[in-house]
Design a binder for this molecule. Structure first.
Ligand code: NAP
Length: 248
């Protein structure tokens, strides 16, 4: 078993087991790295074995990669068993699968794009939340978070499918928050479901690839990662059902 807690960086809290769902990209690498550096036991899940392994290696700190199609419910059930066996029962899930598709307007929003967005942004989130809900609710510091977009502030025709999929994911996450409230019983639940809102994400590789771009309003993945780490040290009453803007 990987013992990220050996780093001893969790202050005033127990090391937790956290799953980063969709951990193969720059955001997943940064979030996994920051959580593990904070002393938590971190699992990452991605659909491609080579990519998720490489990202976990980049993250370092004993981050454990798991290959799983999060859009397939049975695979996610297996993932729950695999992560529990390797690192312990999951306390928190950070959902990072999204994807982006746009069009010219409403009439050319395609079924292919809708299927892609529904699968990435909604189905994977529904699956991880259904499979891990009881574990998160039972944890002393259970957390679920997704990353949404400022595009929902003022939906544009060109991104109708994108904002509709993200709105569905947000609604599901708010329903999870209600589920945690209802699961609280007499003692009060310590679990929280939270939406983190960004305009765009940026990382050093993107900046190197597009040196001419300025990325106005973008959130660095390191700042997203720091916000995720803070979720585990913030009272659930401040987080459950909250929509926290990380963008200007
Ligand atoms: N990037 C932005 O500018 C931006 C803006 C607003 C909001 N957001 C949101 O922020 C979050 C993170 O964004 P991102 O751009 O870093 O993420 P992303 O590229 O959309 O997804 C993260 C990772 O999820 C994995 N993935 C996709 N389908 C999967 C599946 N079926 N099963 C398991 N893993 C799967 C992908 O790796 P594999 O293909 O290797 O599995 C990918 O690297 C998303 O929710 C996104 O919607 C991003």
């Amino acid at each position: 078993m990987t013992s990220a807690g050996a780093a001893g960086a969790v202050q005033g809290a127990q090391p937790l087991t956290v799953l980063v769902a969709g951990g193969s990209g720059a955001s997943g690498t940064a979030v996994a790295r920051a959580l593990a550096a904070a002393g938590h036991r971190v699992a990452t899940a991605g659909s491609d074995q080579a990519r998720i392994k490489e990202a976990a290696q980049k993250a370092g700190h004993g981050v454990r990669p798991f290959t799983c199609d999060l859009a397939a419910l049975d695979d996610v059930r297996q993932l729950r068993d695999d992560v529990a066996g390797a690192l312990g029962t999951v306390d928190g899930v950070i959902h990072l699968v999204g994807g982006w598709r746009g069009a010219k307007g409403i009439a050319d929003q395609s079924d292919d794009d809708w299927d892609f967005l529904e699968r990435g942004a909604v189905t994977t989130l529904r699956n991880v939340s259904r499979v891990f809900f009881d574990d998160i609710a039972a944890s002393a510091a259970g957390r679920f978070a997704m990353v949404s977009s400022t595009a929902l502030d003022k939906p544009a025709a060109a991104v109708a499918s994108y904002v509709a999929a993200k709105a569905a994911a947000e609604a599901w996450t708010m329903a999870m928050a209600d589920g945690f409230r209802r699961a609280s019983g007499d003692g009060g639940s310590t679990a929280a479901a939270t939406i983190l809102v960004v305009k765009a994400l940026v990382d050093d590789e993107l900046r190197r690839t597009y040196p001419e771009r300025t990325f106005p309003g973008a959130t660095d993945v390191a700042d997203l990662a720091a916000a995720v780490v803070r979720l585990f040290g913030t009272p659930s009453g401040e987080l459950n059902g909250a929509r926290l803007r990380l963008a200007d």
